[in-house]
Design a protein around this ligand. Structure first.
Ligand code: ADP
Ligand code: MG
Length: 314
């Protein structure tokens, strides 16, 4: 049973059992949405990072501080939400003051940079794991959901793809080259696209953040919208560093995770109407169609390796 089948079978019934009218959007998107008052909707999401699964053992605590909040904040970006605050549940094997000082420093930098205020948490002893809940807001009914893509919309991505996946092979290098350092930065210090997400509110028809790989995440968006899509690999945005270092750059851009860029769908007219500075951050890579499934350069994408699934091999 895969991760998503597990959620569908055991947790969607729980979600449906306790339906509250203020919960506008439950499981299935990057964040949930709660109506909290007249003017604003609360947008929130929780993410767990486990040592040895989501980050390597003996990983730099300062980088972990940044990365853990960046990864969580990326789901707010995908909804077009304005960041507000977060809580942190930390499970630690021991209270090492050096480790904690460095972790705190990385977390503080991220907190300042993203405008997310630490508002509470929990500390327990056990194998190293972190759970972060992030809260954001949007004006009522303006969150960008996964489900709004329409046939004919362009499929666009922000930034460049595949860098973080290429960095995985470089994590243990003692003396990386300048180009390798550039790729490593994408893994260690992802930049959640909060300003871009916010700027696309009211313009993008659907959005998702690319955490598990473009093919996997775009497939989720298309499924939630009940549409099909086609992408042209010649249009995929690749960094110079990736193109120079990896012959399989295209595959990494299609299937590699950890980029935390946005994948959005948007009508041509809405894209043209965006301010230049926003439009320039997006690259059109394909189009939404009627039907179901994702086609990559004319072939079905399902036959290729998918994104990360924690229970996929069980
Ligand atoms: P993301 O990569 O955007 O963080 P996930 O792939 O982790 O999203 O989760 C997909 C969807 O499944 C989300 O809407 C999430 O809230 C929901 N989900 C995951 N685990 C559970 C659970 N145990 N109970 C209810 N919903 C869940
Ligand atoms: Mg997400």
């Amino acid at each position: 049973m895969g991760e998503f089948e597990l959620i569908r079978r055991y947790f969607l019934p729980v979600s449906e059992a306790g339906q509250h009218p203020a919960v506008l959007l439950g499981p299935g998107d990057d964040c949930a949405i709660q109506r909290v008052g007249e003017g604003q909707d609360l947008v929130f999401s929780v993410d767990t990072l486990v040592e040895g699964v989501h980050f390597p053992e003996h990983y730099s605590p300062e980088k972990l501080g940044w990365r853990s909040l960046a990864v969580a904040a990326s789901d707010l970006a995908a909804m077009g939400a304005d960041p507000v605050c977060f809580t942190l549940a930390l499970t630690l094997p021991q209270a090492d003051p050096d480790w904690l000082a460095n972790f705190s420093s990385g977390l503080s930098s991220a907190s300042r940079s993203f405008g997310l205020n630490l508002a509470g948490g929990d500390i327990t002893r056990g194998p190293l794991a972190l759970t972060l809940q992030v809260h954001g807001t949007v004006p009522v009914d303006s969150a960008i959901r996964r489900s709004g893509a329409k046939p004919g919309d362009l499929i666009c991505v922000s930034g460049t793809l595949g860098n973080a996946a290429a960095a995985l092979a470089l994590l243990d290098l003692e003396f990386p080259t300048t180009e390798q350092v550039e790729l490593l930065e994408h893994y260690h210090a992802p930049q959640p696209q909060l300003l871009l997400g916010r700027a696309l509110r009211g313009s993008a028809s659907a959005a998702i953040d690319v955490s598990d790989g473009l093919v996997a995440d775009l497939t989720h968006l298309l499924g939630a919208s009940g549409v099909a899509g086609a992408i042209d690999v010649g249009c995929l945005p690749l960094s110079g560093a990736l193109a120079a270092q990896r012959e399989d750059a295209i595959n990494l851009a299609l299937y590699g995770g950890d980029d935390y860029q946005l994948c959005v769908t948007i009508a041509d007219t809405a894209l043209k109407a965006l301010p230049d500075a926003i439009r320039k951050q997006l690259t059109a890579v394909g189009r939404v169609r009627t039907g179901a499934g994702l086609v990559v350069d004319g072939g079905s994408a399902q036959a290729q390796p998918g994104g990360y699934d924690h229970f996929g091999s069980e």
